[in-house]
Ligand binder design. Sequence first.
Ligand code: HEC
Ligand code: HEC
Length: 295
Amino acid sequence: MDDRFNTIAGWALASGIVALGLASLSGHYFRANKENRPEKMGYAIAGVSNAEGGAAETPIEALLAKADPAKGADVFKKCMACHTIAQGAANGIGPNLYGVLGDAIAQGRGGFAFSDALKAKGGKWDWTSMNAWLTNPRGFAEGTKMTFAGLESAEDRANVMAYLNSQGSNLPLPAVPAAAAAPAAGGAAPAVAAGDPAKGAEVFKKCASCHTINAGGANGIGPNLAKVVGDDVAKGRGGFAFSDALKAKGGKWDEKSLDAWLTNPREYAPGTKMTFAGLDDAQQRADVIAYLKAN
Ligand code: HEC
Ligand code: HEC
């Protein structure tokens, strides 16, 4: 009887030791730190972020707002096995990428032989599609020839996109979603100083690809904006072909309506032709409105 008890106790003890050993072993192998976590997480867990940096995912727009092309040039080293970026440089395993942001997806590029998968996507590379592509190329275009796992870090993606944008492209940055732009809980909204037309002239460089401002200046992609403050919304302007969406707004432009318009054109007039993401920074809006008033 005693012997039997001792044997059972002995086995129990032994299995306990084995279990302990396994626990420390698995701890050793499966510790998910930066160095030895797999490049892609094999399975998704609800509520657990796949990206580095933890649970609350910062929207890509917010990361782009503070992205650094110099850091992106560093990230781009991962791409250089297959891609050149200098204007007119040769295609390699992948196409030359000069001016790719804003350009048509899988077209041109010195006759590079794109996969049917990528060609079938159509449209142009913008912040959203490029972000999706660089997160997971095969997820974006199943059957793509780009055998690159993707950049797991959203920060790396933001930086490399800022770098791409600086190499022959010049897409305006997307607006930061309100939730991400809002000041931290409890913090007061940042005070906006009176608009400064000189600073506004600087901000207006973002508008100048589509708008002239000098009296009698030609319409471009957008209408000439001379004396627009106080003038009718979407009327006149040398016969510029305004969208029905903006024409339907009626009234005159004042500081308040301009502020709403420049915060988010597509929200202010859904269907507008102004493909400008908006100015996220209230101070920049105040400054550029002061500049519009002065011209
Ligand atoms: C192993 C080689 C390889 C690596 C590494 C690689 N790519 Fe590619 N890339 C390709 C190939 C091949 C294609 C063409 C894909 C197709 O036709 O399906 C491509 C296509 C692209 C395109 C589409 C170009 C167009 O004109 O539509 C972009 C943008 C791009 N790559 C960006 C990147 C970036 C940024 C990186 C680094 C973060 C990277 N690639 C890393 C091989 C690579
Ligand atoms: C990518 C081109 C583009 C950029 C960049 C752009 N706009 Fe526009 N803008 C347009 C177009 C196109 C319209 C006409 C919109 C419509 O008809 O729906 C327009 C319309 C406007 C109008 C209304 C004019 C009127 O007579 O009613 C104002 C004001 C304006 N833009 C200001 C700005 C300012 C300020 C910026 C920079 C902060 C800017 N836009 C950036 C293309 C652009």
